[in-house]
Ligand binder design. Structure first.
Ligand SMILES: C[S@@+](CC[C@H](N)C(=O)[O-])C[C@H]1O[C@@H](n2cnc3c(N)ncnc32)[C@H](O)[C@@H]1O
Length: 267
């Protein structure tokens, strides 16, 4: 079974098979409820704007934003993965879009103050030990009157319909505690934005339903990780894998996660 550990997103260039993660992010990107959040976020984007996508991955959303801003706009994407940025550049070139992709760290953005109208990040902050540093950087590079959009999950809301509820709770508690640096990020995020001097903070939310193949791969990885760290026994892991596999084969696997869009204005 394909390994799909969220931990890999802190050092994606170290994974043996980058394509697996490209495919997983593409499958996730296609989820209807996530597309709704992205479209809500993109309401802040108009023709001719200067836009920054922080933690842009291989540019799935960055390319869409470049189409929205048109030839009079300027779109940039930054990510710490050289592999993802190479793929983003390849896709932009293939699509005939001019986008400034750079390898870099969200904690120290290599752009002057007030150089964008809008900055966005999607599934980035959960991987950072101090997300407020990256948000402060995004605020710094956006002009007064501009805006931020942040799309992040609450990993603690993940559900999967295995019959053994106690086992699900143990595996998913382990996942929330270990897979990302900020598993309960949406809770403090609005306060963080306000503390950083942003205003007009608003929140929208959707529950995302995992595509079945992605669910099978992801929950198998979560079980393997819990077993590796001693959170579940050999027998538990066998039951977990059998349960996920059987639900998947019968087209009965059902798994969800809560996602949040925070928008805020820079003053
Ligand atoms: C789950 S992926 C999301 C990628 C993209 N935003 C998307 O939605 O398809 C997380 C991304 O954050 C990037 N990342 C993690 N830590 C980072 C950091 N400190 N600075 C910049 N990018 C980072 C990873 O390389 C990865 O591309």
């Amino acid at each position: 079974m394909t390994d799909l550990s969220l931990k890999s997103f802190t050092a994606i260039d170290r994974v043996a098979d980058l394509q697996t993660y490209i495919d997983a992010l593409s499958a996730f990107d296609a989820i209807a409820e996530l597309q709704e959040l992205k479209q809500l976020a993109a309401r802040r984007v108009a023709a001719d704007m200067r836009i920054l996508d922080v933690g842009c991955g291989f540019g799935l959303e960055t390319l869409r934003l470049a189409r929205l801003t048109g030839p009079g706009g300027a779109v940039s994407g930054i990510d710490k993965s050289a592999g993802f940025i190479a793929e983003a550049r390849r896709r932009a070139q293939q699509a005939g879009l001019s986008i400034g992709f750079e390898v870099g760290d969200a904690d120290a953005l290599p752009y002057p103050d007030r150089s964008f109208d809008h900055a966005r990040a999607e599934r980035l902050l959960i991987y950072l030990s101090e997300p407020s540093r990256a948000v402060a950087e995004m605020r710094r590079v956006v002009r007064p009157g501009g805006s931020l959009a942040l799309i992040e999950p609450d990993i603690g809301t993940t559900t999967v319909n295995l019959a053994d509820r106690a086992l699900v709770r143990r595996v998913m508690a382990h996942e929330a505690d270990t897979a990302v640096a900020q598993s309960w990020l949406p809770g403090p995020l609005a306060g963080m934005l306000t503390d950083l001097g942003l205003c007009d903070v608003s929140v929208a939310t959707r529950v995302l339903i995992f595509p079945p193949d992605l669910a099978a791969a992801y929950f198998a990885s979560a079980g393997t990780s819990a077993h590796h760290d001693g959170a579940i026994s050999d027998g538990d892991l066998a039951g977990w894998m059998e349960g996920i596999g059987e639900l998947h084969r019968k087209a009965r696997l059902f798994a969800t996660i809560g996602y949040f869009l925070f928008t805020a204005a820079v003053r």
